[in-house]
Design a protein around this ligand. Structure first.
Ligand code: ATP
Length: 645
């Protein structure tokens, strides 16, 4: 088997590497990652082909799927296990030797974006599966996910973290040969943001694990005796873990500490709760907040990258023989992996248009937290890990079916920006514009020319500058006549106040006081008084027009802000309702789990047996035949759509 050192996964359809700034301006124009199919981060023929496809498919981007085959362990070698996995030269598929009829064997081929053989090193994995592009996308404000899936002992944790026993040492400062994707990615992020000038970055990390359908914070001060954290829903954020610690990382030392603390707490937690680390799912997330300021405008983007190390699926009969805790763990893991399978299956069948399809994200905490990564607005990469040993052929096939389904999932990546920021940005622009106009007008009144602005045409008859019957100024405005009633709200023009966009605006006579003041000799010496008066009248009329425009704009801004406030109140009401329902749902789930995992465990076993049976008879995802519940479907679809905002 020969490992080909070219063109592994490189097809994330985002501008990457040096394109970050260009990307930011592209994003201001409302383009999504997938819309930029020919971005600088795209290489290789696969990327070209998919780039076109993604444009045609409404900016959707398929999840990338990579298979990694680990070397045989010493135990497997000692047992004399046969190798059933071969990766052809193009490194884009894997051949599996499967048992055939009457003791014969046959070969099955599974194609993926890349397939990594046992000989590949940890640095090569990082370099060749497109993680760098995901990290560039993270810096540019996208949400990205790297997900490791595979049977117990197949190399998920090794791929994501490296050697946990090394990381768990007090003096851990990175392990160049063995570090997994998490540490390498964090080092890459720090190196890159150090190179990017003019952008202010803040990096925060969180680390959690899901054990027996409960979420534990691996960076909390009181780990591991802390109580589990709830998952909540917010329309703007989607599902999130309430109260999860986020640690700011200012340098690599902070990063190593976080990785070490998370790993350590996961291991300690495992011992305290008498569980193995493989019995929990873990999610390490790095939030990358970037702020750019230009011409007084500030844009903040909220990129993040999550590394999900899933618990390994395990044969139920092994757990049954162990009984007690392990049986419950296995039931819980299988349930959540099964829920994940259903989500992947439903998304794969939906082929990108998920708005009217029921996706059962709410079936487990894992799927809730992965909602954005699967079929959402994230970029996602799945790494399916396999053992090459013949003894695990069943598990390997199951993993490959899973991975095959995941290939069909389409996400629609978008930059994560605060809607409030967008609004503030728009308001700031307007204010800036109005200020500029006022400055110009004041300078005109004082007889000064403003560079870049035309001088008033003193020859123009005064009447042509007066508002017409509809309230529009002939030379350049659409403003109505301002009233004389008091001071402008903006405080910048003392010439009148309007009733807003739809109000009727009485005509504005010249301000006698102002005319008096401005016609004093000395301001514009040399000109006859009549000319000065004429100029003043022209300027005053024009100023009235602009003041009127200002007022209209302020009126509109006020209206928008009022609408915004109303929506916020409405939004808060919906959040409160949702939280109430979420709480209710969680209580029901807890009750259900307690009952189903009760003394005899009968329900769990029955359920798992049926799951196993369906899995065996329907390779890939068995629940495609599940009839969607229309009511739930509606709720889910609502959640799905609003969660993308
Ligand atoms: N590519 C590899 N090269 C060398 N050793 C590996 C590789 N992958 C895994 N291993 C070793 O195999 C063993 C099992 O790997 P690992 O713990 O990563 O599996 P896992 O899939 O995370 O298992 P679990 O689901 O039980 O947590 C470990 O000792 C690990 O160091």
């Amino acid at each position: 088997m020969k490992y080909v050192h070219t063109s592994f996964v490189s097809g994330f359809v985002v501008k990457a590497a040096s394109g970050t700034r260009a990307l930011m301006s592209d994003l201001r124009l409302g383009r999504t990652a997938s819309g930029m199919a020919s971005g600088s981060g795209v290489q290789g023929e696969g990327a070209q082909a998919r780039g076109t496809a993604s444009q045609q498919s409404n900016a959707a981007d398929n999840i990338k799927v990579v298979v990694r085959v680990r070397p045989m362990t010493s135990a497997e070698l000692e047992r004399g296990e046969a190798n059933i996995l071969t990766i052809p030269e193009d490194a884009r598929s894997v051949d599996v030797v499967v048992p055939g009829p009457r003791g014969a064997t046959m070969s099955r081929n599974f194609a993926f974006h890349a397939c990594l053989p046992p000989s590949i090193t940890q640095p090569d994995v990082f370099a060749r599966i497109g993680v760098r592009q995901l990290l560039e996308a993270t810096i540019a404000g996208y949400a990205c996910t790297v997900l490791a899936y595979g049977q117990t002992g197949s190399g998920k944790t090794f791929t994501m973290s490296g050697r946990e026993e090394v990381i768990d040492r007090e003096q851990y400062q990175g392990d160049e040969d063995n570090d997994g994707l998490i540490t390498r990615s964090m080092i890459y992020l720090f190196t890159r943001i150090g190179q990017l000038q003019g952008i202010n970055f803040v990096l925060r990390t969180s680390y959690l694990e899901i054990y027996n359908e409960q979420i534990f914070d691996l960076l909390a001060a009181d780990t591991p005796s802390q109580s589990p954290l709830p998952v909540r829903w917010e329309a703007r954020r989607g599902f999130f873990v309430q109260g999860l610690t986020q640690v700011e990382c200012r340098n690599l030392e902070d990063v190593f500490n976080v990785v070490r603390q998370g790993t350590h707490n996961r291991r300690v937690g495992s011992h305290e709760m008498n569980k193995d680390s493989s019995r929990s799912h873990s999610v390490m997330t790095c939030h990358v907040e970037s702020t750019t300021s230009k011409d007084g405008q500030t844009i903040t983007k909220y990129g993040k990258v999550s590394f999900v190390d899933l618990a390994g699926s395990e044969r139920l009969k092994q757990s049954k023989s162990a009984g007690g805790t392990q049986l419950k763990e296995t039931g819980s893991i299988n349930r959540s992996l099964f829920a994940l399978g259903k989500v992947i299956s439903a998304l794969g069948e939906a082929k990108g248009s998920v708005d009217n399809v029921y996706i059962p994200y709410r079936d487990s905490k894992l799927t809730k937290l992965l909602m954005d990564s699967l079929g959402g607005s994230s970029l996602a990469l799945m790494i399916a890990t396999c053992s090459p040993a013949q003894g695990y052929v069943e598990e390997t096939l199951s993993t490959l079916y899973y991975a095959t389904s995941a290939k069909n999932i389409k996400n629609k990546p978008v930059v994560q920006m605060d809607p409030q920021d967008t609004l503030v940005l728009a308001l700031r622009r307007e204010v800036q514009l109005l200020r500029t106009e006022n400055t110009f007008l004041r300078e005109q009144l004082a007889g000064k020319a403003t560079p870049g602005y035309p001088q008033l045409d003193v020859q123009k008859p005064y009447l042509s500058l007066m508002p017409d019957d509809q309230g529009a100024l002939s030379p350049g405005g659409n403003a109505r006549t301002p009233s004389t009633s008091g001071k402008s709200k903006s405080g910048s023009t003392p010439l009148g106040e309007t009733k807003g966009r739809r109000g009727t605006l009485p005509s504005m006579p010249h301000s006698a006081e102002l005319l008096e003041k401005l016609s004093q000799p000395g301001d514009l010496s040399g000109l006859p008084k009549s000319e000065l008066m004429r100029r003043l009248q022209d300027a005053t009329a024009l100023l009235h027009g602009y003041a009127m425009q200002n007022e209209q704009l302020y009126g509109e801004v006020d209206q928008l802000q009022a609408q915004h406030s109303m929506l916020q109140v409405e939004h808060q009401g919906v959040i409160t309702d949702n939280e109430r329902l979420e709480g209710k749902l969680e209580r029901l789930e807890t009750t259900f789990m307690n009952q189903s995992d009760g003394t005899s465990g009968a329900f769990t076993i029955k359920r798992q047996n049926s799951v196993a049976a369906v899995t065996a008879t329907h390779p890939g995802f068995p629940m495609s035949s599940t009839v969607p519940n229309t009511q739930n479907s509606e709720q889910n679809a609502k959640g799905t759509r609003s969660g993308r905002k």
